[in-house]
Design a protein around this ligand. Structure first.
Ligand SMILES: *Cc1c(COP(=O)(O)O)cnc(C)c1O
Length: 356
């Protein structure tokens, strides 16, 4: 580190995504992807894409996709902002909405990208400890702040935060923007989303993604729903940075996905059913875990360290996620795969734990 230009370089500690192995025989339960993949309708839409259109710039406003999303959520077409996965949308939200000298607030155990954006954009932040059962303490979010970001359900805890509690935070923070990251909300009980509160609270921004419940992590589509004023501010920042974030296939296929309601509901139900079965099996095996409202679970074994289980599973071509972080370093985050995959996982765990 002794280049003469070193002092002028922006240095950041980047976010570390889960491993993406290429061996197809690996049971990959480490990045919360949805195992069912796109429907036949999407495969057809993909075949019907006109490659002739690739020579042109895409529609910078992604009008078709924005309109489909607005109609789906029954909001105005000026109330939706789309981006390259919700990571792009969240990054834009941080850039647009968090410009106070006061710190933004988020939980100590949460999506590990939040502190990375805050550092990158020089946004002061303060993390607030979850309680001993990994629940968010509402009172902590009533202090002075420069904005709030909370995933609901939270990751990696898998726990859903009550709508009434979110309303309390919205009420107490009228002069700050509150971002609710609903990456996993489709796996939670019906009626848990706060999208229907955007007319009631002008400081609320809700962020969603196609990566988890819609089984399209590779397409990179995410969006925000809010009031027209905040959506305009987001677009102003986006057009000041990169106008053409949404490529033509993402706009086309993303629009088709919204019409795929039946397939969407079917695959969600499959995952929720598998989650319920798998949770029971884990408890029988001596794990404790919160009831999950997501497509993953967050177990801890009563006697065997998580890191050992993580490593043994990996040797057996089963990938879990392990975070070597305070308070959660004895837990595994396990994505819910297909029934067949989860049966293999249970058999592996039975076998492995028997000899412990
Ligand atoms: C996966 C995830 C995201 C980002 O997903 P994208 O693939 O970028 O849409 C955002 N927030 C949370 C909490 C997530 O788990």
């Amino acid at each position: 580190m002794n280049y003469p230009w070193e002092a002028n370089i922006r240095k950041v500690e980047p976010y570390t995504p889960g491993e993406q192995p290429t061996d197809p025989s690996i049971i990959k339960l480490n990045t919360n992807e949805n195992p069912y993949g796109p429907s036949e309708d999407i495969k057809k839409a993909m075949k019907d894409l006109s490659t002739d259109l690739f020579k042109k710039y895409p529609d910078a406003k992604a009008t078709e996709l924005v309109n489909e999303l607005a109609d789906y959520h029954k909001v105005g077409r000026d109330q939706v902002f789309v981006g390259v996965g919700s990571d792009d949308v969240l990054g834009m939200c941080f850039m647009t909405f968090f410009n106070s000298e006061k710190p933004i607030l988020f939980p100590d155990i949460t999506y590990s990208f939040y502190p990375v954006w805050a550092e990158l954009l020089n946004i002061p932040f303060k993390t607030l400890a979850l309680d001993d059962s990994f629940e968010i303490c509402v009172e902590d979010y009533l202090q002075e702040n420069g904005g709030v970001v909370i995933p609901n359900p939270n990751a990696p805890t898998s726990i859903l935060f009550g709508k009434d509690k979110i309303e309390k935070i919205l009420e107490a923070n009228k002069s700050n923007i509150i971002i609710i990251d609903e990456a996993y909300i489709d796996f939670a009980e019906e009626g848990s989303s706060v999208i229907n509160l955007i007319d009631k609270y002008d400081n609320l921004v809700v962020v969603r993604t196609f990566s988890k419940s819609r089984s399209l992590a590779g397409l990179r589509v995410g969006y925000a729903v809010s009031n027209p004023v905040l959506i305009k501010y987001l677009n102003d920042v986006k057009y000041s940075y990169n106008s053409y974030t949404m490529n033509y296939p993402s706009i086309k296929l993303g629009s088709a996905v919204i019409k795929d309601e039946e397939y969407f509901r079917t695959t969600i139900k499959k995952i929720v059913d598998t989650r319920s079965w798998f949770t029971d099996e884990l408890r029988k095996l001596g794990f404790s875990l919160p009831d999950s409202s997501t497509n993953f679970v967050f177990p801890e074994h009563k006697s065997v360290p998580a890191k050992e289980i993580f490593e043994a599973a990996k040797k057996n071509k089963i990938y879990f996620r392990y975070f070597n972080l305070p308070r959660i370093d004895n837990r595994l985050r396990i994505t819910i795969g297909t029934d067949e995959e989860m049966k293999t996982v249970v058999e592996f765990l039975q076998d492995y734990l028997k000899n412990k």
